[in-house]
Design a protein around this ligand. Structure first.
Ligand code: SF4
Length: 403
């Protein structure tokens, strides 16, 4: 362990070696070392790998990126579907972006899917056409950090899982466990460097078992040291845990003062033409929902009637004139940074060839074909309401986005 790690480790009544070892003992009996839960962590013959065994980084990389904002039980079916559609790096690199976004639909933060796709193409060339051999994949931290969408914790997770590299991780689970273990008095994001040193200190004392220790830390956070009602009575770190000793584990991690989420009303037009086709547009490749399809619309201005909002937005964004008819549905949707209310009206197209003035492309589609386009989850109820209004059978709707 480095000198700075010693300095940073508070007097808990247990040192990093004791804590790492007790955690591993617990994990061997109670960890999520289960093929059905983490199939990417198993060898081809379905064993948990020995310390000197390499795993294929492909499935691990996909899982780590999916897990960045999402819990394991939500990720698992998405990972399985993804591996069916894109079982190899070559298959992913060769895939059409729409197919990639459709496979991701419902996981949210769609830029992650686009980055996975772009990164597959970047990775393929240096692997010299043989990505099935784990040893040919990049094995140093800097190489992974240079790839789009890969931060330090994701890179540490990939490398420790695939190659048993002695690299720490610091995801939400690990941050919560360490904040409680230390009863840290400030929000963890303000002291990231310190949290990294703690996580590194735990890895440094069991370098041959980095893969297992990182998994154990995540499993402890996900199964016992949960956000609400932690199961301290079954925790291998109870004797050393400062938050437990203080009688207030749920007070940690200390949170930033909550801020009021901005609220916006969005007027949305479901525009039908005489052929009973509906108009959709594809968002630019930026932001949270970049590249997804949606019904056109935009923000209501102060004092503006929603019908006027819709007519104005459709003229500004698509250069079309519509008549705004009855309300189809009103949908509230909360993201992590804002709350939106979509007030959706049926519209009849009057004039103007739709132009993608604020989007990548626009398209008239048959309502029954909407399932072929990746939509954000907030649109699922709009699609369902439209199909019901038109007397058409329901189609598979987008799942719930993670906020
Ligand atoms: S004792 Fe409780 S609060 Fe402390 S690490 Fe264990 S589960 Fe978390």
């Amino acid at each position: 362990m480095r000198g700075s790690d010693h300095d940073a480790w508070p007097d808990l009544g247990a040192s990093p070696p004791e804590l790492s070892r007790s955690l591993l003992v617990w994990w061997e009996r109670h960890g999520r070392r289960d093929l059905a839960q983490k199939p990417w962590m198993f060898t081809a013959d379905q064993r948990w790998p020995q310390p000197d065994e390499l795993l294929s980084p492909f499935g691990i990389w996909i899982a780590e990126v999916m897990l960045q904002q999402t819990q394991l039980q939500v990720v698992l079916p998405y990972w399985q579907g993804w591996m069916q559609s894109f079982p190899t790096l070559q298959a992913l690199a060769a895939a059409d972006e729409q197919a990639v976004l459709l496979r991701w639909q419902g996981l949210g933060y769609y830029s992650r899917a686009r980055r996975l796709h772009a990164t597959a193409r970047l990775l393929l060339a240096p692997l010299d056409g043989d990505p099935t051999d784990p040893a040919r994949w990049p094995q140093d931290l800097d190489a992974w950090l240079a790839l789009p969408g890969i931060g330090r914790s994701t890179a540490g997770g990939i490398l420790s899982s695939a190659f048993n590299s002695p690299l720490a991780i610091l995801d939400g689970n690990v941050r919560r466990v360490l904040a409680r273990l230390m009863a840290h008095p400030r929000p963890p994001m303000r002291d990231q460097a310190l949290f990294w040193r703690w996580s590194e200190a735990l890895i440094a004392v069991v370098p041959q078992r980095s893969r297992d220790l990182n998994q154990a830390l995540m499993d402890l956070g996900a199964t016992l040291c949960t956000p609400r009602n932690p199961s301290c009575g079954r925790c291998p770190w109870q004797h050393a845990c400062a938050a437990y000793a203080a009688g207030s584990p749920a007070d940690y991690p200390v949170k930033e003062a909550p801020r009021e989420l901005p609220f916006q009303v969005i007027g949305v037009g479901v525009v039908l033409n005489e052929a009973r086709e509906v108009l959709i547009d594809q968002r630019l490749n930026e932001g949270l929902l970049g590249g997804m399809w949606e019904f056109p619309g935009g923000k209501q201005e102060p004092g503006e009637a929603i019908e006027a909002t819709i007519a104005r937005e459709l003229m500004e964004e698509l250069a079309i004139e519509v008549s705004v008819d009855q309300e189809l549905i009103c949908v509230d949707h909360a993201y992590s940074h804002k709350k939106l209310r979509f007030v959706v009206h049926l519209c009849r197209w009057r004039s103007g060839e739709p132009q993608p003035l604020a989007s990548q492309q626009v398209r008239w589609v048959r309502p029954q074909d909407l399932g072929a386009y990746p939509f954000p989850a907030a649109n699922a109820r709009i699609i369902a309401a439209l199909l019901e209004h038109l007397g058409l059978p329901a189609i598979q709707a987008p799942a719930v986005d993670q906020p």
